[in-house]
Each structure stands twice: as C-alpha cells, then as structure tokens.
Design a binder for this molecule. Structure first.
Ligand SMILES: Cc1ncc(COP(=O)(O)O)c(C=O)c1O
Length: 443
C-alpha cells in the first residue's frame, strides 16, 4: 500500500548520494530537469528501479510517477517485451563494421507510420537530429538564419538553440544572432521575421503544440508561409511523436513538414532518435547526388542495434495495442479528477492543468495569481508525501485506472495544503528553499 506511512518517508541514502554526485558530476545529473534545484529538499534524489509507472528510490520509497524519463518511456519502466527484444539483439552483437539489416527494418517501420518520412536517419539524442535538420536546411537553402518558436521550451543542446536562451555562456554572439524567434499562434510575428531578414531564413522549427492548442489555421498557415518564403519547415515531434497520434502531430493536424524529428518514446526509453523527411533534402547527406555533400549524422552509436530492436518492438506495440488511445483516456481521467479537486478547494486561477491529454503539465500561481516557483515546490513536496512524483502529469501505457484514481486522491490532499499556503503564507508549509528555473544565468 503506497500511501501508508507516507509522512515517514526518509531520504537518507538519496541525500548521501546527492552529496557524492555533485563531487563527480557537474549539476549532479545528466539532464538539468532531473537536477536537485528542480525538486524540494525532501524528495527522492535517486531512483533505483521502476516497474510500469511505479518507481522505487534508493531509500525504498515507492512512487507513481508522471515524468516517465523526460517523456522517453511511453509504455512503462522495464517493459518486458521491449527489454527482451533489445536483449536478444545484444546477444547477436551491438555494433558492426558495416550496416546491419535491422537499420533498414527500423527505418521502414518508422516510415510506414510517419507520412512525410521518405527517408530516415537515426541518431541517439533528440538534439542530434534537430541540429542535423537545421544543418541540412542551411545547406539546402544556402541561407544562414533559423527561426524558432520562442514560446516553446527546448529544441537542442547545440549552440543554434542554447545561444537563444538565458544560458548562452560559451556561445559566440555571431552564432546567437543567427537564431530569431516568432510567437506561437501568431503568424504575423513569423511574417515579420521573413520581411526583416529577406532571403536569410533557412528554416522554421517548432512543435505542433505544447500547452496551448493551435489557433484555427495557424499550423497550416505557418506551413504555407514557410514555403512561400523558400524556407524549410521542420516539425519537432520529440514529444508529440508517439503521443498525439501514431503518425505524429503531423498526422493529427494534417501537416506535411519538409523535415521532422523524433526521439523520446519511440523506443520506450532506449536511446534512439530519428530525422525523417523529404528525399531531395535528406539525400544531400547521401551518396547519390552531385551537389555539395552534407556531413549528416555519422556517429559511432547511431545505429547501435539493441536500441533499434527496442524501437521496432515499441512501434509494434503502439500499432497493435492502441497505446495512444490509452494515453488520451488516462490523461483525460487525470485531468478531470484534478479539476474536480481544484474546484473543491477554490483553486481556480491558482493551480491549473494544461496541455493535451497524453502530455499534461500544470501551472502553479501564488496569491496574486502570478507564476510561483514556491508554490510549485510546495505542490511537489506535498505530492511526494502522497507517494507521487509529478514534475509533469505525463501518463504512460502502464498507468492503470487504479493508479490514476490513487493519484487524483493524493493530488487532492496536496491541493488542500496548497489552499492553506495561499491563505496563510506558503513559507508556513514549505520546507526548505524553492525550486528554480533551469534557464537562469546564475545559481
Ligand atoms: C521538443 C524537444 N526537442 C528536442 C529535445 C532534445 O532531445 P534530447 O534531450 O534527446 O537531446 C527535447 C528534449 O527535451 C524536446 O523536448
């Protein structure tokens, strides 16, 4: 029983490991979003193992979780048939001196799902493929600038994107100046960029949707505008792929991007990403043309076979078992349950569930209805006490009705404390410091 004794949770082993980790690993983790500054002081610092949507920290505390490895785990932790597919492949060899047929099999499988995927190239991280898309677009158009959706949080670890954030240390101004921003649901802001930099914008990159739904006509209008201006339309499907629709958000919204990028849940947490798109553009990285060649995604581990086996099995499960429908259904149940609790505690305008059912997040606001890190921390702290790990509200195929019901109950308890924090002052209930945004120039 998860919640019995939740008030007694101890994090002693986590705390010892946290101290050690910061001595060896800058930031103490390998994704900033997993960092200690993103969680309350009383939180599980290290996860030892997971099963489905349940995880156990190093102190033996159990949680139902809603982050799912930065959304990479769509089916669930330790999903047996995916692990077995990878293991079978490991025993056959993980990397060879020449390509392996599994590369074609995996590419064909992905191309059969994604309408715009005329060609496919694999890599390990999402950033590898968004950066490759930008490079291809620049080579194909002979232009140097990149237009990104400035309201969306992340596209790559590489300079063309990080240079546009508040954490741009180490990136020359000349690179920073090549990336410009437009607003979501605001076509004139993109049109303005094309006018301001005529003939210079190589590509436009965005996610089809994050927390706000697209305004009617926005996505199709953007696709047209990009084409009219001779630029390449890149759709980042790292999150929307294998969540919005089996064929990605491009199928859900009937778009035809020139290039698109997948990763995250395509291999249930194994490290695979993919750049897909138009043959005439993708072929610039190939051997069958007489144009100037583009160095496109040539990496030692790019086609490491166990991850491709995991991707093939994962895609098969999505196709056979209606995974996407499950994500919508459980996301909807979760949203409804939490919204009921919001109303019972009169928290409308203070706490909100945002986004699409397979990819929900939440907003925390203070007594003046201003975004609040202190209230986010309080919410995290109180949900942890309830045996829940909710950096977001992202469901997986393993979230059962019982998990969702228990989560809604736990979140309702946490929102009761949130209400008291609003009425009596957050500091009365918050233990320790508040969390901080990742993109801040100083600690
Ligand atoms: C929309 C989007 N694009 C690209 C990336 C980069 O992916 P990766 O962390 O695998 O490099 C992320 C990662 O969070 C993302 O959310």
């Amino acid at each position: 029983m998860l919640r019995a004794g939740c008030q007694l949770m101890k994090f002693d082993k986590s705390k010892a490991l946290q101290e050690k980790a910061h001595g060896f690993i800058p930031g103490g983790s390998h994704v900033y979003a997993k960092g200690d500054d993103q969680y309350p002081t009383q939180a599980p610092g290290f996860i030892e193992h997971g099963r489905g949507c349940h995880v156990w920290d190093v102190d033996g505390n159990e949680f139902i979780e809603y982050g799912m490895g930065m959304r990479a785990v769509g089916l669930g932790h330790g999903y047996r048939s995916v692990a077995e597919a990878a293991y079978r492949q490991m025993l056959m060899g993980t990397n060879f001196t020449r390509p392996s047929p599994i590369e074609i099999e995996c590419a064909e499988r992905l191309a059969s799902l994604i309408p715009s995927a005329e060609m496919v190239k694999f890599a390990k991280n999402g950033s590898d493929v968004t950066t490759a898309a930008v490079k291809l677009a620049r080579a194909f158009t002979g232009r140097d600038m990149v237009a990104i959706c400035g309201d969306q949080p992340f596209f790559s670890v590489d300079d063309w994107f990080i240079g546009s954030t508040r954490l741009s240390a180490g990136i020359p101004n000349t690179i920073q100046n090549l990336t410009v921003k437009f607003h979501y649901n605001d076509l004139p802001s993109l049109d303005h960029l094309f006018r301001q930099y005529p003939g210079r914008i190589a590509c436009v990159i965005l996610e089809a949707e994050t927390t706000l739904p697209p305004a009617p006509g926005f996505l199709n209008g953007l696709q047209d505008l990009v084409r009219e201006n001779g630029a390449i339309f890149i759709l980042d499907e790292m999150i929307t792929g294998f969540r919005w629709h089996l064929g990605g958000a491009q199928s859900y919204y009937a778009l035809r991007p020139d290039l698109s990028t997948f990763g995250k849940s395509m291999a249930n947490g194994f490290s695979v990403s993919a750049l897909v798109g138009r043959r005439d553009i993708m072929e610039r990285g190939g051997l069958h043309h007489d144009k100037e060649r583009v160095f496109l995604l040539s990496t030692t581990h790019g086609a490491e076979t166990p991850s491709l086996a995991a991707a093939i099995e994962t895609m098969g499960i999505y196709e056979r078992e209606g995974v996407i429908e499950h994500l919508y259904r459980q996301g909807e149940r979760l949203r409804r349950g939490i919204e009921h609790a919001i109303i019972s505690y009169h928290l409308e305008g203070y706490f909100a569930v945002l986004g699409k059912e397979p990819n929900l997040v939440y907003a925390t606001r203070d007594e003046n209805k201003k975004p609040s890190q202190a209230f986010r921390t309080l919410f995290l702290q109180e949900t942890i006490k309830q045996g829940l790990l909710v950096p977001s509200l992202v469901v997986s195929y393993s979230h059962t009705d019982a998990d969702i019901d228990q989560t809604v109950e736990g979140i309702a308890e946490a929102l009761g404390v949130y209400r008291k924090g609003l009425d009596e002052g957050v500091e009365k209930y918050l233990v320790g410091r508040a969390v901080k945004p990742v993109f801040r120039p100083f600690n």
